[in-house]
Design a protein around this ligand. Structure first.
Ligand SMILES: N[C@@H](CCC(=O)N[C@@H](CS)C(=O)NCC(=O)O)C(=O)O
Length: 471
């Protein structure tokens, strides 16, 4: 289907297709001409897919011979033990059934960093995946810092065997094409632009001596030495924030200013276990106790943060920091995925007025199209560029109210909402064995995320308190 055939309600995110069924005929005459007429009439009268051999066998062995009660208890026992087996591979748990995330294998060794110079060929390559909240951190900081030219990216998609693979958009099915080709400007999956591999596992194995461990995204690849430089997202965002200011397009932006480092670490110590990993601890819990513990920790933390954000624009005050980026990547997936798939059902983010406005504020963050001087900001009313003291550099991140002037939406362009839904529901098949992809919740659409958030007023209140003025 040509891309122009879709009606886009918004520039970034088109409507999702009304069906997942690849076989549904499309209202396109040229399309029909390529099909055998007999096949078309078969589709029109009987749209259901053929029953797989395994399903037919199961029906014969169990379905037709066992009475319903027996069938249910036989399947329940088999399914539960198979589920535990799959979960122990996918999501290792401790003795109480709580998910414990394996530590990252390749931590950044800042001393061995390839030294960047102007006009030098890029020596680092980022491997990311759009559903993954950890990779999303890296994509956001890369975008806000203007590192796109220095650190090129390849974007993997979820493969059917649970690995990350690189696909050509033209080879994908309709759902994939929808978010690859018709994503309206948000990042989309790609081929491996650095090594030409078919999967992320293959890239990891390019290292001398091979590699047998988990092949996780995000991963920063050292192009020259052909080794994994780092696969820990927090190391990567720290590095992007401060390691390449001599080549960054927006070097004046500091997401971890020394004066706030302590506060940022305090927030991270709350966000990581209770929220970032907390949602996974809910979804991957293998006992009721483990789930209860995780879900209580998650929602008491969200409640606390919602209160905190009532009079603070960001977590650490008026300045966007790495802690906010880490929280954002979980919040943006919450109503789309975690609320249902991970059983984080007590509330949706849209029900938290401060958290939801805060999430929209970050979603709408943009930077000026013109490369900014170290400490410039754009005035909200006139779109004029102002030169301000270094302390005001955070204001070079703007809301989408300024999209009509000379700014580029940086964070929204990293959020491919359809790819997020599709990725989780496909990748985590033990939690979604029927492989049904749910519809996008209406409150999570781009149009809602782009609504005014009015959170600038919190910063200006703080400015008045400490005596800042605009001109
Ligand atoms: N600690 C890592 C976690 C990364 C991670 O678990 N990524 C997931 C995707 S969300 C992954 O690639 N999983 C594949 C696997 O475990 O094989 C980080 O923060 O970078």
């Amino acid at each position: 289907m040509p891309t122009s055939a879709l009606i886009h309600p918004s520039p970034l995110h088109p409507p999702i297709p009304t069906t997942n069924n690849k076989r549904t005929p499309k209202p396109n005459k040229t399309h029909f001409r390529h099909h055998h007429p007999l096949r078309i009439s078969a589709q029109q009268t009987n749209p259901s897919p053929p029953t797989p051999l395994f399903t037919t066998l199961t029906n014969l062995l169990w379905g037709k011979s066992l009475p319903p009660q027996l069938l249910i208890s036989a399947v329940r026992t088999t399914w539960t033990s198979t589920w535990h087996l799959m979960m122990s591979q996918l999501a290792p748990s401790d003795h109480s059934g709580s998910y414990s995330r394996p530590p990252s294998k390749f931590r950044a060794n800042f001393k061995s960093l390839p030294t960047p110079r102007q006009n030098q060929l890029p020596r680092l390559h980022l491997y990311a995946a759009l559903p993954c909240p950890w990779a999303h951190r890296a994509l956001i900081v890369r975008a806000l810092k203007g590192l796109e030219d220095f650190v090129p990216v390849s974007i993997a998609s979820p493969g059917i065997d649970g690995s990350w693979e690189f696909i050509d958009a033209r080879e994908g099915n309709d759902v994939v094409k929808h978010y690859v080709v018709d994503n309206g400007g948000a990042l989309a999956p790609s081929l491996d632009m650095a090594n030409g591999c078919r999967s992320l596992r293959e890239v990891y194995r390019l290292m001398a001596g091979g590699y047998d461990g988990r092949s996780t995204a995000p991963m920063l690849w050292d192009v020259e030495r052909r080794v994994v430089f780092c696969n820990e997202s927090y190391d990567i965002i720290e590095l992007f924030n401060s390691g390449f200011n001599n080549v960054a397009g927006n070097p004046g932006l500091d997401l971890c200013p020394p004066s706030l480092k302590g506060k940022i670490e305090e927030w991270n110590a709350v966000i990581y276990p209770n929220v970032n990993n907390g949602v996974y601890r809910c979804g991957f819990a293998q006992s009721q106790e483990a789930y209860d513990l995780a879900v209580n920790g998650l929602f008491s933390t969200l409640d606390m943060m919602d209160d905190h954000l009532a009079d603070s624009r960001y977590l650490c005050g008026d300045v966007l920091t790495l802690a906010d980026i880490c929280l954002f990547t979980t919040l943006i997936r919450f109503d789309l995925v975690y609320n249902v798939l991970f059983k984080c059902t007590k509330k949706k983010v849209v029900e938290y007025s401060n958290l939801h406005a805060y999430m929209r504020d970050i979603y709408q963050a943009a930077v000026p199209k013109k490369r900014l001087q170290k400490a410039s900001l754009i005035d909200s009313k006139s779109c004029k560029i102002w030169v301000e003291p270094i302390t005001r550099v955070q204001d070079s991140i703007l809301s989408s109210d300024y999209l009509d002037c000379d700014t580029i939406p940086k964070v929204a362009a990293t959020c491919n909402l359809n790819a997020m839904i599709d990725g989780y529901y496909k990748f985590l098949f033990p939690l979604n064995p029927g492989n049904i992809r749910p519809v996008m919740p209406s409150g999570s659409e781009h149009a809602i995320l782009s609504k005014p958030h009015d959170r600038e007023s919190l910063s200006s209140l703080a400015e008045q308190r400490v005596g800042y003025g605009h001109a």
